[in-house]
Design a protein around this ligand. Structure first.
Ligand code: ATP
Length: 335
């Protein structure tokens, strides 16, 4: 896609950091000592996020950096990703404020999200999301993601842990920083084995699953369509309150997804808000969104604007339900 092409053009041109670009990069360079760093909020695969202060409350993601290779490729990649990050301005995306770009202290400074992540809501607090609320959340995710894609940016790590909910407003974090963070940390791989962080697999589209190899993280075929697949998983979590393939070993998930077998939708019957008494049509529409996002072929997945359109056209779930005959949701989820 055009985003990927623009990326690789930039990266491989001789004038990798033309004067104008390096000048404007300076505007985003925050001296590390100017940032007050407070307590650790959490540690992810690639860095530690701390609460901090820089002209007000901020979140500081300190990247775990391995010793720099002599050619400075890590720093270049980091700067390249920062140059992408700084172009984002959307109310459903975390506000990028700047970056500390002097190794070995590489850090990204963003606004501090105040709410909780969707992950915390769904999986830890077991909060109930009605179908209507799920639709509102999904619409905002589609809006933020549609904006990113329109700017040629692929998120590469869309998941409920990276989506905050602040009084009903969705804020997406952690976009576009996959290569530098992977560069810092490899693929968690040890020897010839694949290091797969738990909770990551179910967001990976079949084409990524099929490309998984030890140490191949930078070559994984991320695309706009793989972001859509990940959105499908977020949609499933919103509707069902759990991860797809829950409790199954990674090998089994890899085998199934790689072959095009999808999570069965039978247990959506257990979903809190989608009761058997709901009208067929409404449920079918919710499930269609899931199925189309999880399409085996990337080309069959929708883009975010059309997804948003579908979500906006969904009827509000009727509160008074007609006692229609039970509807079975256990239609085949296999492709
Ligand atoms: P992974 O590294 O696998 O993506 P993760 O998403 O948990 O895992 P980080 O993105 O490094 O890891 O985040 C670590 C913690 O910091 C998480 O609890 C996350 O919710 C929190 N966090 C990240 N960004 C912000 C932010 N802008 N405001 C508030 N909290 C944040």
């Amino acid at each position: 896609d055009s985003g990927g092409r623009a990326d690789s053009l930039d990266k491989h041109s001789d004038a990798r950091w033309p004067r104008q670009n390096s000048l404007s990069m300076k505007e985003w360079d925050i001296p590390y000592d100017d940032v007050k760093i407070f307590e650790v909020i959490g540690a992810g695969r690639f860095g530690t996020v701390c609460r901090g202060s820089w002209h007000g409350a901020v979140a500081v993601k300190l990247l775990h950096v391995l010793p720099l290779s002599d050619d400075g490729s890590l720093l270049d990649t980091f700067k390249h990703e920062v140059s992408i990050f700084r172009k984002t301005r959307h109310e459903n995306l975390v506000l990028f404020m700047g970056a500390c770009m002097k190794p070995p202290r590489l850090a990204i400074v963003t606004s501090l999200c105040k709410g909780m992540t969707l992950y915390t809501h769904i999986h830890l607090r077991k909060d109930k999301f009605t179908a209507n609320k799920s639709v509102l959340v999904a619409q905002q995710i589609s809006q933020g993601m549609g904006y990113l894609h329109a700017r040629g940016i692929i998120h590469k790590d869309l998941k409920t842990k990276n989506i905050f909910l602040e009084s009903g407003k969705v804020v997406i974090t952690d976009f576009g920083l996959f290569s530098v963070t992977k560069l810092c940390f490899g693929n968690n791989a040890r020897g010839d084995s694949l290091g797969i962080p738990s909770g990551w697999l179910c967001y990976l589209a079949p084409e990524i699953i099929r490309a998984l190899r030890p140490h191949a993280s930078l070559l994984l075929p991320f695309s706009k369509a793989t972001d859509i697949y990940a959105f499908g998983t977020v949609w499933y979590e919103l509707l069902c309150g759990e991860f797809p393939f829950k409790g199954q070993p990674p090998e089994s998930i890899i085998w199934q997804v790689g072959k095009g077998v999808k999570q069965s939708l039978a247990n959506m019957q257990a979903s809190r808000d989608i009761k058997l008494t709901d009208a067929d049509e409404f449920k079918a529409q919710l499930l269609d969104i899931l199925m189309v996002c999880w399409s085996y072929r990337a080309a069959d997945r929708p883009d975010f604007p059309s997804l948003l359109n579908t979500l906006q056209k969904l009827p509000k779930k009727r509160l008074a339900r007609s006692p229609s005959h039970p509807v079975h949701l256990s239609r085949s989820a296999d492709s």
